[in-house]
Ligand binder design. Structure first.
Ligand code: SDX
Length: 393
């Protein structure tokens, strides 16, 4: 209820739209893309194969996947004039507004992919999937004052992004297969998640007839909030703050329970999962592996594991159905890979991109199936007459 108004229970359950892309059962901790369980896709699929599934609805045949990979491979470069865009941002800019600006800039270099024809939507789909990792890597390199690297078409999609982010023109880049695979699994796990805040934003903006670039850029901005995609960065900041303050995990948990200064256990809780987020379990396994391989912050991993154990043994959290979500361990893996925490939500955006595209296309293919124009329940003043300023008190 809000103030003196009590919502009809049905109001709260009004679905925003119908969709055939992702199924979630929050109580059972089930997540499926087009009917395929996330656990099997994380284990057996690649990110581009999962992106194809999410966007087109079916697992591709070998020929379809080869064609899709080739289309993407041929579009990873960005217009040379876009390099100036990155140079116009201060180096210390947060990479999320830089990414959103880069995607909007793509729409001005998009030629015939702005329209609503099937051909234009196909072309824009390929361009976004192909160029967003390049935009992200270029933005990251620019923030470090380092030279950007062109994509290398002999590499896989994930390897290309890794090399553009961490490589140098002066030497070959050394890949570690387990690290590349962990990054690919993380992106697969983020590919879609039904009507979350950023996806609903993409559908809502697209429902006005705005093009897919404008809609996806709006999704990037929605994702940047610390209660949504920004949580992975907030989790690492929380762990670093616990470490630096020297307080015990028990003391921090007590501060959360006492609601001290509005602090939350970041990476815990979910609007739908009132049980374990199935993605968190998979990510936790990879966190262990990656942190054994890289000089990752095992000290922060240990704090995270102690936080999880302490919270899950405490009624305050279990009564409120607060369990680790997708963001609780993902930041530790990204940090161990070498990404600064400001880049974590950009990685979330790269993973979520196929879902945003698929949901936008689904909404546009059936204009009646849209979030459209939400209504409200008015709780303000009843009608009243205007008061001239000299009579106001
Ligand atoms: C993502 O929607 C999606 O699918 C999103 C996402 C995706 O893939 O797109 O899964 C990605 O956004 C994951 C969530 C990342 N955010 C965080 O980790 C931030 C911390 N979590 C919360 O802010 C919160 O849990 C939400 C916003 C995620 C969910 O909030 P809910 O379900 O609406 O719950 P609520 O805010 O109504 O809180 C219910 C109770 C409250 O206590 P009471 O006032 O009832 O006593 O739980 C408490 C809250 O104070 N609570 C927390 C808490 N989250 C909720 N207390 C401490 N720590 C937390 N993290």
């Amino acid at each position: 209820s809000s103030g003196n108004v009590t919502f009809d229970p049905g109001f709260a359950n009004t679905a925003a739209c119908t969709s055939s892309i992702t199924y979630i059962d929050g109580d059972k901790g089930i997540l499926r893309y087009r009917g395929y369980p996330i656990e099997q896709l994380a284990e057996q699929s690649t990110f581009l194969e999962t992106a194809y599934l999410v966007i087109y609805g079916e697992l591709p045949t070998a020929a379809q996947l080869a064609d899709f990979e080739d289309r993407i491979r041929r579009k990873t470069m960005i217009d040379e004039a876009m390099r100036n865009l990155f140079h116009s941002f201060p180096r210390r800019s947060h990479p999320m507004p830089v990414l959103a600006a880069g995607i909007i800039a793509l729409s001005t270099f998009s030629g015939d992919s702005l329209g609503d024809s099937p051909a234009a939507i196909e072309k824009a789909t390929d361009r976004l999937i192909a160029k967003v990792p390049t935009l992200a890597a270029f933005g990251y390199k620019n923030s470090r004052g380092e030279p950007t690297l062109y994509p290398d078409n002999s590499l896989s999609y994930i390897q290309n992004f890794e090399r553009m982010s961490f490589g140098y023109p002066t030497e070959p880049y050394h890949f570690e297969p387990q690290i590349t695979r962990a990054l690919e699994v993380l992106l697969i796990l983020h590919a879609d998640h039904e009507q979350n805040c950023s996806t609903s934003t993409v559908r809502l903006v697209g429902s006005s007839g705005a093009n897919i670039y404008a809609s996806v850029a709006a999704g990037v901005n929605a994702l940047s909030g610390p209660l949504h995609g920004g949580a992975n960065q907030a989790v690492l900041e929380m762990l670093e703050q616990i470490k630096a303050s020297g307080i015990s995990v028990k003391e921090y948990i007590q501060q959360v329970k006492d609601r001290k200064a509005g602090i939350k256990l970041m990476g815990f809780g979910h609007r739908i999962y009132k049980n374990y987020d199935p993605r968190a379990s998979i990510i936790k396994k990879h966190a262990d592996e990656v942190l054994k391989l890289k000089e990752g912050r095992r000290d922060l991993l240990e704090i995270a594991q102690e936080l999880e154990q302490t919270a899950l043994a405490d009624d305050y959290f279990t009564e409120r159905k607060l369990y680790p979500n997708v963001d609780f361990y993902s930041g530790l893996i990204y940090e161990a890979m070498g990404f600064p925490k400001e880049m974590f939500t950009v990685l979330f955006a790269i993973g979520r991109l196929p879902g945003w595209i698929a949901q936008w296309r689904e909404m546009r293919s059936n204009p009646k199936n849209k979030i459209g124009r939400p209504r409200q329940i008015y709780v303000g003043n009843p009608e009243r007459a205007f008061v001239p300023i000299d009579e106001r008190r």
